[in-house]
Design a protein around this ligand. Structure first.
Ligand code: HXC
Length: 258
């Protein structure tokens, strides 16, 4: 597939998507989000891919939705086209894990995009923020909801109301990112983490992602039942037999996704 605003690569079961609009700090325009949706769907369908890494440049993961593209739009255009709604829905359909490897700015829609991934590894120069308030609008693809669940109401509210940025250390302390690594090591760390996931049974990886995400969607009781039923269902797979036999035989399991 030929893309103009993203770069894609598949290597050793890891699909990498790099946002690539360097002149606009990877600002998210309609073309980029459509191409991202297509690349994600194609990797989700591709048996060679077990994990996806989404990244940007050293200076910016993404500095938000493209302000120049949005500035002249009317309410009728935004509401009528459900601006970025379908693109966001496409991203949420991806069943394989997506790791966000974030360096530099992750602002507005960029912060929201990172939060839509399954977890975030941050470079020590990463900066997160929801500065839409400075533009006379508010977050539009999940910021008010997701950031609040990650970092709690107080910090999220302050960030949405003041538009201030959070550095990588604060993001780690607040639970927004899983860890901070030196910027030069970001991709190596993300790839090592992805490789670790790619060794597991692809079926249990899908199930674990679905079950963790349920924690955001339902009551504790329903979530626990959902998890238990998925756990039971894993016993219908050959990978469960292989994983447990390998443990007993003190060898590395060979998971085949059956
Ligand atoms: C369009 C952008 C952009 C954006 C940067 N650029 N961010 N273009 N949309 N979000 C462009 C600049 O216009 C400039 O182009 C080039 O990228 C480099 O940016 P500079 O501002 O010169 O860089 P710097 O001085 O280093 O400042 C970096 C920055 C700043 C702090 C990140 O660019 C900034 O504040 N950007 C806007 C961040 C923001 O408000 N994001 C939220 C957007 S709203 P030229 O052509 O001048 O060189 C949003 C809503 C989400 O995300 C909901 C969607 C439905």
């Amino acid at each position: 597939m030929a893309f103009e605003t993203i770069l894609t690569e598949i290597d050793d079961h890891i699909g990498t998507i790099r946002l690539n609009r360097p002149d606009a700090l990877n600002a998210l325009n309609a073309q980029l989000l459509q191409e991202l949706g297509k690349a994600l769907a194609s990797m989700d369908d591709n048996d060679k891919v077990r994990v996806i890494i989404l990244t940007g440049s050293e200076k910016a993961f993404a500095a938000g939705a493209d302000i120049k593209e949005m500035s002249d739009k009317s309410f009728v255009e935004m509401f009528g086209s459900d601006y970025f709604g379908p693109e966001v829905e496409a991203m949420l359909k991806v069943r394989k894990p997506i790791i966000a490897a974030v360096a530099g700015y992750a602002l507005g829609g960029g912060c929201e995009l990172a939060m839509m991934c399954d977890f975030i590894i941050a470079a020590d120069n990463a900066k997160f923020g929801q500065p839409e308030i400075n533009l006379g609008v508010i977050a539009g693809i999940g910021g008010t909801q997701r950031l609040t669940r990650f970092v709690g109401k107080s910090k999220s509210m302050e960030m949405h109301l003041t538009g201030r940025m959070m550095d990588a250390d604060e993001a780690e302390r607040s639970g927004l990112v899983t860890r901070v690594v030196p910027a030069k090591d970001l991709m190596a760390d993300a790839q090592k983490t992805a490789a670790k996931i790619a060794e597991k049974s692809p079926l249990s990886v899908l199930a674990a992602k679905e079950a963790v995400n349920r924690a955001y969607e339902t009551t504790l009781r329903e979530g626990l039942l959902f998890e238990r039923r998925l756990f039971h269902a894993m016993f219908a797979t050959e990978d469960q037999t292989e994983g447990m036999q390998a443990f007993a035989e003190k060898r590395t399991p060979q998971f085949r996704g059956n």
